[in-house]
Design a protein around this ligand. Sequence first.
Ligand code: GDP
Ligand code: IMO
Ligand code: MG
Length: 423
Amino acid sequence: MAVDVLLGLQWGDEGKGKIVDYLAKDYDLVCRFQGGPNAGHTIYVDGEKIVLHTIPSGIFHADLMNLIGNGVVIDPITLKMEVEKLLTHGVPVMDRLLLSQKAHMILPTHRMLDAASEASKGKDKIGSTLRGIGPTYMDKTGRNGLRIGDITTPDFIDKYEALKHKHLSLLEMYPEIEFDLAGEEEKWLSSIEFIKNIKSVSGEYYVNHALEKGQRILAEGAQGSMLDIDFGTYPFVTSSNTITSGVCNGLGIAPSRIKDVIGITKAYCTRVGSGPFPTELHDEVGEAIRQHGKEFGATTGRPRRCGWLDLVQLKYTCMLNGVTKIAMTKIDVLNEFESISVAESYIVDGKDTDELPFDLNDPTLEPVYTALPGWNTKTNSIRNRHDMPKPLSSYIKGIEKYLGTPVYYVSVGPGRDELFLNH
Ligand code: GDP
Ligand code: IMO
Ligand code: MG
């Protein structure tokens, strides 16, 4: 069998958690392959909001397993809190969750380094979630990291102390930051004891054996393609490959195993943190999107920057990911708009282009918008594509034509069932 991939086509928060939860019933295994607790994936279960940071969004379904793959960075403190929260909701997490032995761990001092690095950048800060993501991936590529499989080795504490002291000496280069290291270290060590109760496996063998047995696998992306370390708006990106290619490294599967790539986009665009965002709206329209869409970060609570859909950007990320199906979320957020704009090209240096320039901060860059009539009616209860108001079906058809890819799933509310198929 093959692996299907679901990932974000914008700057994150496209609604991955909701769509994975919706699709999970068709799979035997859901796997996270990159990122870490910088992610916040929101799911409504029986009307209650739950935000997952490290645990895959298939966890609410019986009869399927969830794997945190080797490409993910795990903070034992966050993972313990997530597991405990799910246990109080009656989810038998321990029976449904596996950790890859090769996944790297976030230490308290990685979070200190993240905070100190951001503080030293001043106004040029990345706007990191401060979860220690960058420093942990740096230790991974620098070959210093600690992995889940190290927890049970006899010299684990020695390895931990050595890495911590290395971090403390690095921290001397940075501005001082407030951090209760002793308290966080105590929590971290007790969380390590807790996560020993979660089964750890060789993720690459587990996934490949599952494929041989004919199991269906869904790889769940975190962040979005515009935050990819190679192809995103560098340096305002995260520290992992968020695009389809990251699935191979982050799980240990061959590229030929990948079948469908479901790319998610909102009906408009948001970004949290610093960095270029060509279609950002600084006016009352942007504010209206933020309020209607409740655009406040699921991990940090920060207000998200809002703007119109950017088709130049989406075409780029469809290309990078090999998207076969699009899922479009938050259609309902635009219900009350008389007119909706989409960017169809950019003017850069006086020339019209439908390709992203090297520098999205280029001061000459101007998006070229097309204004389309809004549907101006409630869409939340649509469950059949034939019930779409005409302006909405034209909006979607126009996007499909531009991107050459079908908009297969249309989401019209945060709830599990607020969605319809468009094909
Ligand atoms: P993720 O990181 O991609 O999983 O997305 P987040 O959970 O960070 O943010 C998406 C937000 O939009 C969450 O609050 C979801 O509950 C919500 N959401 C998802 N789909 C829809 C939709 O179609 N309409 C509305 N109104 N909200 C949605
Ligand atoms: P999900 O999976 C939106 C952003 C941060 C910052 C940059 C780097 O919920 O879509 P990092 O903590 O990785 O060093 O931050 O990336 N960022 C996200 N933005 N959604 C996310 O995840 C994000 N994860 C990181 O705001 O700009
Ligand atoms: Mg999110």
